[in-house]
Design a protein around this ligand. Structure first.
Ligand SMILES: [Zn+2]
Length: 313
C-alpha cells in the first residue's frame, strides 16, 4: 500500500515557470571545500562563464551554446578559485565561473547576453536556463558579500561556493534567497492588475512585493495588496513559485480573494491599477487587445498566475 498525503498533480504549476527546468543534482550534503578543485580536474566538467550579469554564449549556425570545457574556457581568464560547483548533470560536474575578460574583448563567436534576454528570447534550453539562474544567483551573492557582516574582515569561499567563512571571527555566511510575494487578486469575473512606472508600454501585471522579516507569505500578500491597491483580501491561496535571479529572489505566486472593490492605488508605486474582466485579460494574454494592452511574457510567473485564472472555471 502506498502512502499519499494528497493527490498532487503529476506536474506542479511551478514546473512550468521560467528557470524551473534545472536538472542539476545538487548533492548538497557532499560539498567539501575542495569540491570545485576536484570538479575542475574532471575532464567531463562543463562550465558556465558569467560576468557583469551576462552569460557568455558561443554562437554558431546551430544557435547558442552556454557550455565550456575547462581548457576551452582559459582564454576567457576565468577566476577558477572563485568558481561555484552547481552540482552534477548526467554529463558530469557543472561549475559557474566569473570570466576575467570584459564583453568588449570577446571574439566574434562569443556573445555576452544578459540573463533576462537569454531566458526571454529562449536562447538556451530549459535545463541550461535553470542552471544559469542557480549560477547567477550565487555569483551575485558572492560579489556582494565579500566581507564578513559581523566583523568586516574579507571572507573566503567554502563548500564549493555554498558558504563564506570569516578567518577572523569564524562566522559562516550562507547564500541568501529573498522571498517576493506576487499575487493575483481575483473574483470569478475579474482580476486586479497594475502598471509599474518602469513597465514596458501597455503592460499590466500582478502586484508584488518583498516579504518582510517576521511575516507569513499570506500576511505579505494581504499587506502588499492593501498598501498598493487599497484592496483587503480574505482567503489567500498559494499557486506556484519561481527562482528569479535578479539578483537572488524566489517569487511566490498566490491568488487572493478581494473583500472590497474600490481601488485606492499607491501612485508612488503604480502608474495605474484597475479591475479587468476575464475576456479582456484573455485578449491581453493572446496579444489581441484592442488597445494593445499585454500581460507579462511566458517566462514570468505573473503570466502563469494570470493564465491559470483565465482558464479556471
Ligand atoms: Zn568576521
Amino acid at each position: 500500500m502506498s502512502f499519499r498525503l494528497f493527490d498532487a498533480p503529476l506536474r506542479e504549476p511551478s514546473q512550468f515557470v521560467g528557470f524551473a527546468g534545472n536538472t542539476i543534482d545538487r548533492q548538497s550534503e557532499n560539498r567539501a571545500d575542495d569540491s570545485v578543485d576536484k570538479a575542475l580536474a574532471d575532464p567531463r566538467t562543463r562550465l558556465l562563464l558569467m560576468n557583469g550579469g551576462r552569460l557568455y554564449l558561443k554562437s554558431g549556425d546551430g544557435g547558442f551554446d552556454p557550455w565550456y570545457r575547462v581548457a576551452e574556457s582559459e582564454p576567457f581568464k576565468p577566476s577558477f578559485d572563485q568558481g561555484v560547483l552547481l552540482g552534477f548533470s548526467e554529463h558530469g560536474p557543472v561549475v559557474a565561473v566569473l570570466a576575467g575578460i570584459d564583453a568588449e574583448q570577446l571574439p566574434e563567436t562569443v556573445k555576452a547576453i544578459d540573463y533576462r534576454s537569454v531566458y526571454m528570447q529562449g536562447l538556451i534550453d530549459e535545463a541550461a536556463a535553470g542552471a544559469m539562474a542557480q549560477g547567477a544567483a550565487l555569483m551575485a551573492w558572492h560579489a556582494s558579500h565579500r566581507f564578513c557582516s559581523k566583523c568586516g574582515t574579507q571572507s573566503q569561499m567554502r563548500a564549493g561556493g555554498y558558504k563564506r567563512h570569516c578567518p577572523n571571527c569564524g562566522t559562516e555566511h550562507f547564500p541568501r534567497t529573498d522571498p517576493v510575494a506576487i499575487m493575483l487578486t481575483a473574483t470569478r469575473e475579474k482580476c486586479l492588475l497594475g502598471r509599474g512606472r518602469h513597465f514596458a508600454p501597455g503592460m499590466y501585471s500582478a502586484l508584488a512585493g518583498f516579504i518582510e522579516p517576521g511575516e507569513t507569505i499570506e500576511a505579505a500578500v494581504r499587506r502588499e495588496t492593501l498598501e498598493e491597491a487599497g484592496i483587503r483580501l480574505g482567503r489567500v491561496v498559494y499557486h506556484a513559485s519561481q527562482p528569479w535571479p535578479f539578483p537572488y529572489s524566489l517569487m511566490i505566486g498566490c491568488f487572493g480573494e478581494p473583500l472590497n472593490e474600490d481601488i485606492q492605488a499607491d501612485l508612488n508605486e503604480l502608474e495605474d491599477c484597475r479591475w479587468f474582466f476575464r475576456d479582456e485579460v484573455r485578449s491581453m494574454l493572446e496579444r489581441t487587445h484592442k488597445d494593445n494592452l499585454v500581460t507579462p511574457p511566458k517566462g514570468a510567473i505573473a503570466h502563469h498566475l494570470i493564465r491559470a485564472w483565465v482558464d479556471s472555471q
